[in-house]
Design a protein around this ligand. Structure first.
Ligand SMILES: [Zn+2]
Length: 97
């Protein structure tokens, strides 16, 4: 994945994010190889990680083709909830809330 660093304006290949933990939080981040600026990709707490696992299980069911009709909607709802929760946690983590 190519992106332009907000800080040094260099186009960089960011590759796979790194993960570090701070208390209950797991911080997924990438570091600009040119200037070292860090970008937060995702922040998860134990509750959100549990929800993500539930979502993965639903996705697995769908992939295997043995999901009931309601499962598709449930998976979609769960995904939206997880994305929103992740945005909240990022905002809190960065202290902009
Ligand atoms: Zn940079």
């Amino acid at each position: 994945m190519k992106t332009i660093c907000n800080v040094c304006r260099k186009r960089t290949d960011i590759g796979k994010p790194d993960i570090r933990t701070e208390g209950d939080l797991e911080i997924q981040y990438i570091t600009c190889p040119s200037c070292g600026q860090e970008y937060i990709v995702a922040v998860t707490d134990p509750g959100l990680r549990k929800q993500i696992k539930s979502y993965d299980r639903l996705q697995q069911k769908i992939k295997n083709g043995n999901a009931a009709v309601g499962v598709y909607r449930k998976a979609e709802e769960l995904h939206q909830e997880n994305v929103m929760r992740c945005q909240q946690l990022i905002a809190q983590y960065l202290g902009i809330e």
